[in-house]
Design a protein around this ligand. Structure first.
Ligand SMILES: [Zn+2]
Length: 150
């Protein structure tokens, strides 16, 4: 099956502090954070204004805009995300959980804390309907082979 992944970048300026860290991250400091939303799917719009698109890039941006504005940009993340120690890992997971209800095709979130350090959060694979069907068929076939089912 054909498969597409779209990437859309977003940016925000924010401070954070990792109070338990045994290095300089324990001090209050800020970053120009860069993030990326990954959207995946197998079907393109067959017609209309979005013909040939998996999803409009503008719709991906729209899904993150309010969250950047309300919680991330020019904020102290320990306070705005209500986290004791907002690491890249936890920020990426938090963003995923906030965006996926608005954008169900969201597959992963990348957060770059510096230009050399980044984290990608991707939840455990969602099992698709057809994969589930295949697993059931396999289980029945195995059972038949072992003589447990007619
Ligand atoms: Zn930092």
């Amino acid at each position: 099956m054909d498969h597409w992944t779209l990437e859309k970048e977003f940016k925000f300026e924010a401070s954070h502090q990792l109070p338990h860290h045994d290095g300089k991250c324990a001090r209050l400091h800020g970053h120009s954070w860069k993030g990326k939303l990954y959207v995946e799917g197998e079907k393109l719009h067959p017609g209309g204004a979005k013909q040939g698109m998996l999803i409009d890039y503008a719709d991906i941006s729209a899904a993150i805009e309010g969250i950047v504005e309300g919680y991330l940009d020019h904020r102290h993340l320990n306070d705005s995300l209500d986290m004791e120690s907002p690491t890249s890992e936890l920020i990426a997971q938090w963003i995923y959980k906030m965006v996926v209800p608005i954008l169900p095709q969201l597959a992963a979130v990348r957060i770059e804390e510096t230009c050399t350090s980044a984290c990608v959060f991707r939840p455990m694979e969602k099992t698709s309907e057809s994969e589930l069907q295949d697993a059931v068929v396999r289980a029945i076939t195995d059972a038949q082979r072992c003589g447990r089912l007619e």
